[in-house]
Design a protein around this ligand. Sequence first.
Ligand SMILES: C[S@@+](CC[C@H](N)C(=O)[O-])C[C@H]1O[C@@H](n2cnc3c(N)ncnc32)[C@H](O)[C@@H]1O
Length: 354
Amino acid sequence: MVAPLAKLTYQALQKGKGVFSLAHKEISLRLLKTMAPDAVVKTLPLKPGTTQALHDAMDVLLERDWQDGEDGIYPTDLLFSGPWKDWAARYPLLWLDSPATWDRLRRRDFQDLPKTINRRHYPAYYLRNFHNQTDGYLSDHSAALYDLQVEILFNGAADPMRRRLLRPLKEALPLLGGGEAPPRPLRILDLATGTGRTMHQLRAAFPAAQLVGCDLSEAYLRQAGRWLAEQPGELPQLVQANVEAVPFVDNWFDAVTCVFLLHELPRPARANCMKEAFRLLKPGGVLAVLDSVQPRDSPQFKVLSENFRRVYHEPFYGDYMADAIETHLEQAGFALLPSETHFLSRLWLARKPA
Ligand SMILES: C[S@@+](CC[C@H](N)C(=O)[O-])C[C@H]1O[C@@H](n2cnc3c(N)ncnc32)[C@H](O)[C@@H]1O
């Protein structure tokens, strides 16, 4: 496609995702108010200017996303990629799932998980219905709907935000940045990979890298495996493990990534996760952590963050909002690289000293 036309197509696609997401959320809220008024959570009114600030931040994000593609950080094809057929086929399931979600909300039951799971295999903080999801992270049904739910939550900007770690990672990895051929494939670990959307972006940006993804959810890993198998290149390795204790030797990986996880961990687990990333990285290796913005860097979105905490079941988000991630990184031994903010995400970069 000719570049200007391709860019317009990308902008139209993103606009379409945004409009679709807003419409979904509006209809969903109206239905909730009608069908289960006692399950509606009180939210704070947005301050004047918040909606405009959101639009502006989204525009900047999408412009960067396009620019990084044009600059060859990743192929521009990536901007259009997604399991579209699966998402279209699964969309009706979101609505069919709503009555069960409303019922749980009404009962204020946030630990309604499949009876078949072995609870001893998971830390207590994990055993809940994060984002009010049916089965928490612990079923194929949940894994099938997760990406759609995240796309809708972020008005279609989830992958553009995930991709923001690719340029700084490429620039911080000296072998690639210097243009020399690496003596062996880069080894990259994605912590809490979920259904593998970050690995999908990593595979496109680092076609020759050895990719490993770890997550506690066997169902999410199964979904990740199915989607990642469709991408060209070496099949990533998927490991079911707690990010606090990943079964790899010390100093193994050149890069570790971690996306949208920290806000779901209690503070001690957050610290353990950063320590584990440090242990797993080889000296000189780079960690890229992408998560929700915090009021300290994005005060204009503080009310949005507070409403997110109230509406979605996010028991550790309040603590996350006040937590200094830089301190965890420094205490783990990392040297900090510059952080960045992109729309509703914050990116922390850190290097294990050589
Ligand atoms: C919000 S999702 C983010 C998934 C993915 N990184 C993304 O960008 O969509 C959080 C993921 O973290 C996983 N998770 C939560 N706590 C974990 C832990 N202690 N160890 C490993 N995975 C964990 C969940 O199973 C889930 O897949």
